[in-house]
Design a protein around this ligand. Structure first.
Ligand SMILES: Cc1cc2nc3c(=O)[nH]c(=O)nc-3n(C[C@H](O)[C@H](O)[C@H](O)COP(=O)(O)O)c2cc1C
Length: 338
């Protein structure tokens, strides 16, 4: 009987930058801001954190040292900045400004299926536009010396999607991209249906670029069970489960880790309140609540209490009171449907 490959595997090195372990926190708009990254850094255990998708032009006007989208703390370790780019115009200027933050990698999003982003010509729309994509990559490559990555889906669900995807792989190789993250859903699917993990073998085998797997990965046991499908990939990326469990990577390295849920929640809220103005802080706390609630057996009650709160103090008070009573913890955490 053949022995399944074990995970995680070797560190990932791109342009001389080593990411060890090759376990990554996914870019998530509204979630992977500086405050969550700070909490993830407290726990550690990952190879790199992605920022959420940043509107490239916004970088020209934000204060890069105080903006909760842009700023990074030294303890975060390696941080890859993901950009929403729709044209090459002003890209050299944008990258010059970003350089002050010393990104450990630059990731361009050609995956995002949100209609608003696609209407601007970004995300999945850019995947479709070969000429514009090539021009943007050429300018990005010429103006950024570190690891250049792409995050993509499978493209549109059309009979010839495979051929189109392979053409895109050639384009990425030709234009000096160093690695890609594949979220194997079609552009139209949002987070519906399951990620097609069975495709990694075929698609990673069709390129010399290292491929990072993203989509529906939620635990060490599960990735171990999927080891044969994930073996051709060079790294694993986790999204929603990390929003639910910021200690996810630490627990991966140390399965015996005992989690203090009240402390984790309070620290997250403190960090959000430190980095965001009060009105935005409440929004951010409410945004991450459905994920954190998945840890709790009566998560729906926790969710209703926090998201129904009229102000920050009430939200924080209700959450602390709930968690201080040592609530029942869910036996298994899933992130389906959020
Ligand atoms: C709330 C939310 C925001 C997201 N924002 C981004 C984003 O800014 N950029 C991106 O490339 N992907 C984004 N994604 C997709 C994730 O990076 C990831 O590929 C997807 O959630 C599947 O992985 P998971 O099952 O581990 O969550 C987002 C996903 C969620 C749930």
């Amino acid at each position: 009987m053949s022995v399944p490959p074990t995970l995680p595997r070797a560190p990932l090195t791109l342009r001389g930058v080593t990411f060890a372990p090759a376990l990554f926190c996914a870019p998530m708009a509204g979630l992977t801001h500086s405050a969550l990254r700070r909490l993830l850094a407290d726990y550690g255990g990952y190879g790199a954190l992605w920022t959420e998708m940043l509107c490239a032009r916004q970088i020209l006007v934000e204060n890069i040292h105080t903006s909760p989208w842009l700023k990074r703390r030294p303890q975060e370790g390696q941080v890859i900045y993901q950009l929403l780019v729709t044209s090459a115009e002003r890209l050299p200027e944008i990258l010059e400004r970003l350089a002050a933050l010393r990104p450990d990698g630059l990731d361009l999003n050609i995956a995002c299926p949100a209609p608003g982003i696609r209407r601007q010509g970004g995300g999945a729309d850019l995947f479709e536009d070969e000429v514009r994509l090539r021009e943007i990559l050429r300018v990005a490559r010429a103006n950024f010396a570190g690891p250049l990555l792409i995050k993509t889906r499978l493209g549109r669900e059309i009979p010839e999607w495979r051929q189109k995807f392979r053409e895109r792989l050639r384009l990425l190789e030709d234009e000096g991209v160093d690695a890609l993250t594949l979220h194997p859903r079609f552009a139209e699917e949002q987070l519906k249906r399951s990620a097609r993990q069975a495709l990694y073998g075929e698609l990673a085998g069709g390129t010399r670029l290292p491929m990072i797997a993203s989509g529906d990965l939620i635990s060490q046991d599960q990735t171990q069970a999927l080891a044969a499908q994930l073996a051709p990939t060079a790294g694993l990326m986790f999204g929603r489960i990390v929003a639910a469990q910021p200690w996810f990577f630490a627990k991966w390295q140390n399965p015996g880790l005992v989690v203090d849920y009240l402390d984790a929640w309070n620290r997250l809220c403190d960090y959000i309140c430190e980095d965001f103005p009060a009105t935005k802080a409440l929004e951010r706390i409410k945004q991450i609540t459905p994920y954190f609630a998945r840890n709790l057996y009566f998560g729906h009650t926790f969710f209703a209490k926090v998201t129904g709160a009229p102000d920050l103090a009430t939200a924080r008070g209700r959450a602390s009171e709930f968690l201080a009573q040592n609530p029942l913890i869910a036996p298994r955490v899933t992130v389906n449907g959020i």
